[in-house]
Design a protein around this ligand. Structure first.
Ligand code: DX5
Ligand code: ZN
Length: 217
């Protein structure tokens, strides 16, 4: 069974509680929250205040994907807001190891992620420090883009690096362009979790779509 993280970026921001109910109803594994600052990516979304309000509405784990410059500066606010996992971009500014340790020391899970054009070797030094690597399969910034096919090889290659690293149980999550029709291939390439936004919230029955994702082998 697949683990599914619906990305609320494609939900109606004026009706987030409805989206969260749909995630619970469909038994999603975690809620993926995309935080964008208009600098690291050319789009603006939400900040810690909204994450805090989401926290009050759901018991599902909150998987916070920070697409922001200088993430270290904002870690305390996202921790206080109730995040369970905070994922930072390897391309963002600041000392990556310190940032990841700061997240771990706050008692929650650190994750690392990379743009589709960034070499995997840049995240490999951090594999033992993180609980999850988020492989971006679109250029970060917007929902509803097409899955970049080269991502399959990147997922498999990362899977091999993790599996050849004794005792390393870091999970692989894949974000961008994930649909019901390509999720099986993404999981077969080595992903543990799929993030899906438009493929879930663009349907008439998001809870049922989440169930269909989970049922994928
Ligand atoms: C893009 C975000 C994704 C986005 C995925 O920068 O990180 O999480 O919501 O959207 P879809 O599933 O529509 O490609
Ligand atoms: Zn994301």
């Amino acid at each position: 069974m697949a683990k599914v993280a619906p990305s609320i970026l494609s939900a109606d921001f004026a009706n987030l509680s409805k989206a969260l109910e749909q995630c619970e109803d469909g038994r999603a594994d975690q809620i993926h929250i995309d935080v964008m600052d208009g600098h690291f990516v050319p789009n603006l979304t939400i900040g810690p205040t909204v994450v805090k309000d989401i926290r009050k509405q759901t018991t599902l784990p909150l998987d916070v994907h920070l697409m922001i410059e200088n993430p270290q500066q904002y870690i305390p606010q996202f921790v206080d807001a109730g995040s369970d996992l905070i994922t930072v971009h390897v391309e963002s500014s600041g000392d990556m190891q310190m940032t990841l340790e700061m997240i771990r020391d706050a008692g929650i899970s650190p994750g690392i992620t990379l743009r589709p054009g960034t070499q995997l070797s840049l995240v490999e030094p951090y594999l033992e420090l993180v609980d999850l690597v988020l492989v971006m399969s679109v250029e970060p910034g917007f929902g509803g883009q097409r899955f970049i096919p080269e991502s399959f090889d990147r997922i498999s290659s990362l899977r091999r690096s993790i599996d050849s690293n004794d005792g390393c149980s870091t999970l692989i999550s894949v974000d961008g362009g994930v649909k019901l029709h390509n999720a099986a291939e993404i999981l077969a390439a080595g992903a543990d979790i799929v993030v899906a936004g438009s493929a879930i919230f663009g349907t008439d029955d998001p809870a049922d779509t989440i169930r269909q994702f989970i049922a994928i082998d």
